[in-house]
Ligand binder design. Structure first.
Ligand code: HMG
Ligand code: MG
Length: 315
């Protein structure tokens, strides 16, 4: 029987902010966001990306963000890495701050997709080239005591080629596990999936990958993300990626909206058999998350798009 603890990976500072148009979100604001999330009980937070600043300008300050944040023990501040260059930049930063205990980060996320067209848009290569490129990155990270998480994008539908073959999702997920990823996060990048689609896709992937090594990553474009989280939990998944205030979108998925809001998951799982939080007695505080969702959204010049955040604020 599976555990009833649901782990949240808070991706707002990365998946949320990477898509901001206009001026670059200041490092200090990113740092405040990360520190507030951790204070509210988050134990896994994506802090940024070591990607090309030409491709994703918003993530260019990630090294500064890592240095300036509070370094809380037992919190994983994962960073996305697309290639060897990204990992080498991170390792240089870590060796120049060796005195820092705990280290600035102990986790990277590598990413690819279930279609060649999306992989080309996101990484400028096809799936098999991306896997060949990522395998030595994963090995080197593991050799440096950095754990590796994998992402598969467009697990349901691709903005360029439409409906996705779940067998391909299974094959790519397996390849990421085989190169040493402790977990693979299944991304409905377009946010088009329904609960039924999610269950069917997970049933296919779990033919090759244990469900305990999978996470769900659902964008909310069609308003099905909370329902998709429930479908993923029913299928045995216990790690969910979400974004405070429902921040975000994907720069290479036109029209896609943000991730499922963390507040909305916390609310939906109240009075359920599930406890939310990665630690033994740790939980994530709903009212603090609502406040953070509004605070960061207003800093970005808009309102929170979390349904729960809006409902609570309206009372
Ligand atoms: P490329 O243009 O083929 O690479 O891009 P290149 O090797 O020719 O390099 C181009 C330039 O970038 C060079 O600089 C390199 O030095 C530099 P120039 O000589 O022109 O001045 N460069 C780098 N700079 C900093 N850090 C690096 C790096 N690598 C090269 N690591 C590349 C290939 C992989 C670099 C590019 O495609 C890239 O950065 N892609 C990242 C895209 C990205 O971050 N996407 C968003 C994250 S994924 C996502 O959101 C989905 C997810 O949420 C799940 C879901 O929802 O599905 C995870
Ligand atoms: Mg995403």
């Amino acid at each position: 029987t599976s555990s009833n603890v649901v782990n949240i990976v808070e991706v707002g500072p990365r998946d949320g902010l990477q898509n901001e148009k206009g001026s670059i979100v200041p490092v200090d604001l990113k740092v405040q966001l990360i520190d507030r999330l951790v204070k509210a009980g988050v134990t896994n937070v994506e802090a940024g990306s070591f990607v090309s600043p030409k491709w994703v300008p918003q993530m260019s300050g990630t090294a500064e963000v890592l240095k300036k944040k509070t370094h809380v023990p037992n919190v994983h501040y994962a960073c996305l890495v697309p290639n060897q260059r990204g990992l080498d930049d991170l390792l240089t930063l870590l060796s120049s701050s060796q005195h820092q205990q705990p280290p600035l980060t102990d986790e990277i996320s590598i990413f690819t997709a279930a279609t060649d067209a999306f992989t080309r848009a996101n990484l400028n290569c096809n799936i098999s080239e991306s896997l060949a490129r990522l395998a030595p990155v994963a090995r080197k990270a593991l050799d440096n005591n950095i754990r590796v998480r994998g992402y598969v994008s467009v697990v349901i539908a691709c903005p360029y080629t439409g409906k996705v073959d779940y067998k391909k999702v299974r094959e790519v997920s397996k390849a990421l596990i085989d190169m040493g990823c402790y977990e693979v996060s299944l991304g409905d990048t377009v946010g088009q999936g329904t609960p039924f689609d999610i269950s069917e896709m997970i049933a296919e992937v779990t033919k090759d990958v244990p469900v305990s090594n999978l996470a769900g990553h659902f964008h909310d474009t069609f308003g099905t993300a909370v329902a998709n989280v429930m479908a993923a939990l029913d299928s045995g998944i216990r790690t969910i990626d979400s974004s405070v205030g429902g921040l975000g979108g994907c720069p290479y998925s036109p029209g896609a909206t943000g991730n499922v809001a963390t507040e909305d998951i916390l609310y939906a799982l109240q009075n359920s058999p599930y406890t939310v939080g990665g630690t033994a007695n740790g939980t994530i505080d709903l009212s603090q998350m609502v406040d953070i969702g509004w605070w960061i959204s207003e800093k970005l010049g808009r309102e929170s798009v979390s349904r729960v955040g809006r409902a609570i604020r309206a009372r």
